[in-house]
Design a protein around this ligand. Sequence first.
Ligand code: GLY
Length: 398
Amino acid sequence: MSVWVSLLTACSTNSEQLVQSSFDFADKQLRILLEESDKVRLAEGKTPVEKPCPRNIEPDGSLRMIAARDWCSGFFPGILWYMYEYTKAPFWETNAKTYTEYLEPLRFYKGTHDLGFMLYCSYGNGFRLTQSDAYKAVLIDGAESLCTRYDSIIGCIKSWDHNKDKWQFPVIIDNMMNLEFLFEVSKITGNNKYKQIAISHANTTMKNHFRPDFSSYHVIDYDTITGAVRNKHTHQGYAHESAWARGQAWGLYGFTMCYRETNDIHYLQQAEHIANFILNHPNLPTDLIPFWDFDAPNIPNEPRDASAAAIIASALYELSTYSPQNEELYREKADIILTNLSNSYRPSLGEMHGFLLHSSTGHWPHQSEINVPIIYADYYYLEALLRKQRLEQKGKLF
Ligand code: GLY
């Protein structure tokens, strides 16, 4: 065997080992998260319908369980579907179904833009893997509910109903992530309405959310009468003019996905520009796990955000398939992130209530979820591992 063939074989074996050992760990650790969730519900006197999902670890070390209407409720069922996808084990399929179906009432919930996170990560993955008609019906109702938040003068879906004293029509960069749900429902119904709303939202976001260096604002507030931009703010970042790490990750993932769904070259270029901003940022640490905000004042003494890293890795694997000139670079960076998350951001088996990753930062300005495990980091970590495996085995993702 030539040296090159040996090297390639060694690399792909290491790569397969990374995916396999990470899923082996997840297979053990997530059983603990299921048990720990039961224990917390029992102690709180709550049923699984009332508190279906784990979200994060609190400062006192306790596991926080959340209701279906919390924006993070879709990630745990999504994680269970990813476990089933990798293992094909009935244990994970049964749990994925159970935890997905606790979220069924959300199909008629119109109080948030996060229905994509809540219903697409749960029912969307469930439908992809089972083709259940019942799941399809929930997705269609949910997309209808999400569309009630669309305003045709502004061209966007409204993100939040809170802080009415400050904002008229806030749209956050995170909302790019809810569009995948609408694209999917257009495909399953044959009705283009959902796709048109997604495209309008993406175009308006591309126009107003970005600075000349392709970093993004967190919150753009629109005038409900004229549709004009009123404010460019942050909510979870360090400052209005800073680059909140997870926001950059949501934008990268969102525009990459929009290119997949539309073939519109502007979305691809936008995603490449965002990737360039992230990967070449002087404050990006060498292990590629960002600080919670690229402009946080005390870097390097600031908490990291492993969730942003996991989202970026998942997005880069997909973007690598659309960007021939950057294919190698994006895959290499995504591999580095996954290797570092697996080697250095993982609790020991049995620790941290069964979460897969530590060191995510949820909401620094509110001093909540700082440097702790958070459920969406685990979701995008498993998704990125599956994407890595699919790319290596099939050479494509979709
Ligand atoms: N969508 C809220 C967050 O990323 O924290």
